[in-house]
Design a protein around this ligand. Structure first.
Ligand code: ZN
Length: 235
C-alpha cells in the first residue's frame, strides 16, 4: 500500500539518510521573565561557560536598546560582554562574515523581544547551521501581553526557563514588569526610572493606581507615580 511506502521513505529521511541532513542540529534555549530578573546575567553566564569550554561564541543584541553601551551587553549589575548591536537577526551572518559564521558554535541573543525575525533565525541557525542558540527576553510587556516573537520560539526550544525578580513593593517573588510612567507605547526603553518588578498583588494594585492617575490627569506623558504607589500599596 502507498501508505506503507511513504512511511518507509519518511523513516529513512528521519534517520538521516537524506542527502541534505549532513549538519548535526544545534540547540535552542530560552530564558524569559520580567525586567530585573537576571536574564542577561544568566545568558552571559551560559555563553561564557561555552566559551571557556572552547566553543566559539557571539552575542547579539538589538540596536534599539542603547541604555548602557552600544557594542556590549551590560547587565543591570554592570557586567559587560562584547556584542553585535543589530536592527534584525537576518543581517547577522553577513555582518559577522560568512566564514566566521561557519566556525561559530554558540549564538547568544539578548533583549530578544525586539527582533521580529527571531523564529526564522532560530530555525535556520539551529537546524540548518547546527548552532546552539541561547535567547534572553521579556515574555510579556508592561500590560502582560506577549512581547515580540519571544513566545513564538517556545515550540522550537529545548529548554524554557522563567526567572523571577523581587517585588519592589513587598520583596516577594516578582513575575511581572510594572511601568511607572504614563506612556503607552509598548517599546519604551528604560531602566529602573521607568519600570519595576512586582508580584501579582502589586501589579494589580499598581495598574489600578496608574489608570486612576491617567484618568484624572489630562497630561498623558511623563507622569511618575512611585510616590502614589508607595502610599497606596505598602501595607
Ligand atoms: Zn509585592
Amino acid at each position: 500500500m502507498s501508505s506503507t511506502k511513504s512511511f518507509v521513505s519518511l523513516s529513512s529521511a528521519v534517520n538521516g539518510d537524506a542527502a541534505s541532513a549532513n549538519v548535526v542540529p544545534g540547540e535552542i534555549h530560552l530564558i524569559v521573565g520580567p525586567m530585573f530578573a537576571g536574564k542577561s546575567t544568566a545568558l552571559l553566564r551560559r555563553v561564557k561557560t561555552e566559551s571557556t569550554n572552547g566553543r566559539t561564541v557571539a552575542m547579539i543584541k538589538s540596536s534599539k536598546d542603547t541604555r548602557y553601551a552600544k557594542d556590549s551587553v551590560v547587565t543591570h549589575d554592570g557586567v559587560r560582554f562584547p556584542c553585535w548591536a543589530l536592527p534584525d537577526l537576518s543581517s547577522f551572518q553577513e555582518k559577522f562574515g560568512f566564514d566566521a559564521y561557519d566556525k561559530l558554535d554558540v549564538i547568544g541573543i539578548d533583549e530578544a523581544q525586539f527582533f521580529d525575525d527571531l523564529y526564522d533565525f532560530c530555525c535556520k541557525a539551529a537546524e540548518k547551521d547546527g548552532k546552539t542558540i541561547v535567547i534572553a527576553g521579556l515574555d510579556g510587556d508592561y500590560l502582560r501581553r506577549s512581547f515580540g516573537s519571544v513566545l513564538d520560539v517556545i515550540p522550537l526550544a529545548d529548554t524554557v526557563t522563567k526567572l523571577t525578580a523581587r517585588c519592589e513593593m513587598c520583596g516577594k517573588r516578582a513575575f511581572f514588569t510594572l511601568r511607572k510612567v504614563g506612556e503607552t507605547q509598548t517599546e519604551l526603553i528604560g531602566g529602573a526610572e521607568s519600570y519595576m518588578p512586582v508580584c501579582r498583588q502589586h501589579y494589580v494594585n499598581g495598574q489600578a493606581v496608574i489608570g486612576a492617575v491617567l484618568e484624572t490627569s489630562h497630561i498623558k506623558k511623563d507622569i511618575t507615580v512611585p510616590e502614589v504607589l508607595e502610599e497606596t500599596c505598602v501595607s
